[in-house]
Design a protein around this ligand. Structure first.
Ligand code: MIC
Ligand code: SF4
Length: 647
């Protein structure tokens, strides 16, 4: 039987394990990507491993998230990252050069290679036929040190695209359609492989919009074949030499196949506050709009913004709408300037923001109270935009432009005919803002510059055999890492300062959480399904660890967060019987006994003691690989790595 595309790349990179669904595999990682909001911690962890120089083919550090410099903190972190990158053999993409995923696609991604990134949207590079996976900072630090990346071999879902997109319907609508079909947890434990005639017709940036939002499905990664379109893109970037053709075998076996007929696909919109609340845009016709944002790692390519400019040309943004555009990279912005499109955007009344994540992560441009904000982004979790009571809707650039002009949600075909967009065959390549690392001889003399904001990385103790702790918080389903550890302009400057970050833990869910956790000294969190969906931020594990959380019991976990809990040294357990979720409440005392045997046996018994005195015993499932068990017993991945190195 033939191999799927992902299986081929996995086979080429397999360090250990067998390519059988559900088995643990270890992959050699060719490239790593870090960004500033997760990178400071990842770099501190890399430093703690004592390895002088990265052992990957390529590691790049981007600065794109923490761009507002309201105080010294972010600037200090940028300086730390720049000096540490120089010392340790890492390329450094300077602030202003663009969003990590956009720049990586343009300048570094290579078909057939593996990429591990400390950002959940790392799978964007799957648009180039790369096996690109998001992970916590510590996993990325280990990969930078030359260690393999461990994961459970996912199931592989094939999506077959047929037909042709209607005018004004675009790649974003395909991504939203998948969310409508699969929901935010439908991709957990899966790799999504895109194919069919409809996929062949899509350009690399369009493919990247789709692979980007595989993260919202919870998928491990998403990828497209590497074909004529890939060559065309790489050639435009002056990188035709990086091209290798890659297709799945014609007799490859998939675990599931989804068919999407592009001809039938309408313009879609994801309603607040979840990317899978997807409806036909027509159902919301007439809804008044306050703000429109075009950009983010999902929709900020040159093609997206040239299209935006062409649709806006000669028109004016509605007086009640504030329109912001954040180009994905300096390359995109430069080319918009050269083509004259930038002038069209300005003439229409758009506010041009930096080439960075910006409003997507609440770094400025928060909407007004109760606003309706239409964004071409990928996440619309409550409060993420910076305004708790705003409603964020996720849309294509076409729907965004229509709303910006009309002031209400309208089908974009009301804009008239779709203007034809001509993109240059050769893109403007200028890597001057990517700094090369020092050569090995000079590296030892490079001084790392640390600001006072950088605190120590919290570490766990080896997992005890008995754990008795109160339930400090009980959450519902689909809790996001934005809820556990919010981001935004106020909080992000403290990404390298865990004690400061701790004040904000679960802030929007329960303001008393951090104080109660501190007072209790140790505790347990109970969650519903898909606990920890969303970002890769390991801070959503490190901060609870710092606050004394020793275990999280949930109905199910999102992939990256579950790995981050283990890496931090927190025990993730699931209810063997999902109904037992109802048997546990906040302030109950939970006793987990014979944990060490339970780890090996896959089951831990929990005694739940109610404040009134009643108690019940429930079984919990502990589905951890032997390696993960060893990590917990060592007190987290950092301790485990040091322990292994000492052997
Ligand atoms: C996000 O989109 O949520 C982020 C901010 O890019 C995160 C990374 C982070 O929290 O720093 C992600 O997607 O992993
Ligand atoms: Fe940046 Fe938003 Fe993309 Fe995250 S999702 S990398 S915050 S643009």
């Amino acid at each position: 039987m033939g191999l799927t595309l992902a299986e081929k790349i996995i086979k080429d990179h397999l360090v250990s394990g067998e390519i059988t669904r559900g088995h643990e595999i270890a992959l050699k990682i060719d490239q790593t990507l870090t960004q500033d909001a997760t990178g400071t911690m990842a770099f501190l962890e890399f430093e703690a491993m004592g390895i002088p120089r990265v052992r990957t083919e390529l590691s790049v550090a981007y600065v794109d998230h923490n761009m507002l410099q309201e105080g010294f903190e972010n600037a200090d972190d940028h300086r730390y990252l720049q000096s540490a990158a120089k010392k340790h053999g890492i390329y450094f993409s300077r602030p202003g050069n663009g969003i990590c995923h956009q720049v990586h696609l343009e300048r570094f991604g290579r078909p057939g290679k593996t990429l591990l990134g400390s950002d959940s949207h790392t799978p964007t590079a799957g648009g180039l036929g790369m096996l690109a996976i998001g992970a916590g900072g510590l996993d990325v630090a280990v990969a930078m040190a030359g260690g393999p990346y461990y994961l459970t071999m996912p199931r592989i879902v094939r999506v077959n695209l047929t037909g042709t997109l209607q005018p004004f319907v675009s790649a974003k609508d395909i991504a939203l359609e998948m969310l409508r079909i699969l929901t935010v947890k439908g991709g957990v434990g899966a790799i999504i492989e895109w194919g069919g005639d409809g996929a062949r017709a899509l350009t690399v940036p369009e493919r990247a919009t789709i692979t980007n939002m595989g993260a919202e499905l919870g998928a491990t990664c998403s990828l497209f074949p590497s074909d004529a379109r890939t060559l065309e893109y790489l050639a435009a970037q002056g990188r035709a030499g990086d091209y290798v053709p890659l297709e799945p075998d014609s007799d490859a076996a998939y675990d599931e196949t989804i068919e999407i007929d592009l001809t039938q696909l309408p313009s879609l919109i994801a309603c607040p506050h979840s990317p899978d609340h997807v409806v036909d845009v027509l159902t919301l016709t007439g809804t008044k709009v306050d703000q429109v944002c075009i950009g983010s790692c999902t929709n900020s390519s040159l093609a997206d913004l040239e299209k935006t400019a062409a649709l806006l040309k000669g028109k004016q943004v509605h007086p009640d709408v504030s329109l912001a555009i954040s180009p994905g990279s300096r390359q995109v912005l430069t080319m918009l300037a050269e083509s004259g499109a930038l002038a069209d955007l300005l003439a229409a009344g758009a506010r041009i923001l930096e080439c960075a994540c910006g409003p997507c992560i609440g770094m400025g441009f928060a909407p007004n109270s109760d606003a309706v904000s239409l964004r071409t982004f990928n996440r619309n979790f409550r409060g993420r935009c910076g305004t708790e009571n705003a409603g964020v809707y996720l849309v294509s650039p076409e729907v965004a432009v229509a709303a910006a002009i009309f002031g209400t949600i309208r089908h974009p075909r009301d804009l008239g005919a779709m203007p034809a967009i001509e993109l240059p065959r050769v893109f403007c390549v200028d890597d001057s803002q990517v700094l090369e690392p020092a050569d090995p001889a000079a590296a030892e003399f490079v001084q790392i510059m640390r600001g006072p904001n950088i605190g120590p990385v919290p570490t766990a103790s080896p997992l005890a055999d008995l754990l008795a702790a109160p339930v400090l918080l009980k959450t519902g389903d689909n809790v996001t890492t934005d809820q556990i550890m919010p981001a935004g302009a106020k909080v992000l400057p403290f990404r390298s300062n865990i004690p400061k970050l701790a004040h904000f833990c679960f802030e929007s869910t329960d303001r008393t959480f951090a104080d109660r956790a501190r007072a209790a000294g140790s505790g347990i969190i109970v969650g519903g399904d898909n606990y920890g969906q969303g970002s890769s931020r390991e801070h959503a594990a490190l901060v609870p660890l710092y606050l004394g959380i020793r275990a999280v019991i949930a109905r199910s976990f999102a992939r990256i967060h579950a790995a981050n809990l283990v890496n931090a040294g927190i025990l993730p357990l699931t209810f063997t019987d999902g109904n037992d979720y109802d048997a546990v409440a906040r302030d109950d005392s939970v006793t987990l006994s014979s944990i060490h045997d339970g780890l090996a046996g896959g089951r831990v018994m929990a005694t739940i003691q109610k404040p009134g005195g009643d108690s019940t015993i429930i079984p919990l499932t502990c589905s951890l690989t032997q390696r993960q068990q060893a990590i917990l017993l060592a007190g987290g991945l950092l301790a485990f790595t040091k322990q292994e190195a000492a052997k």
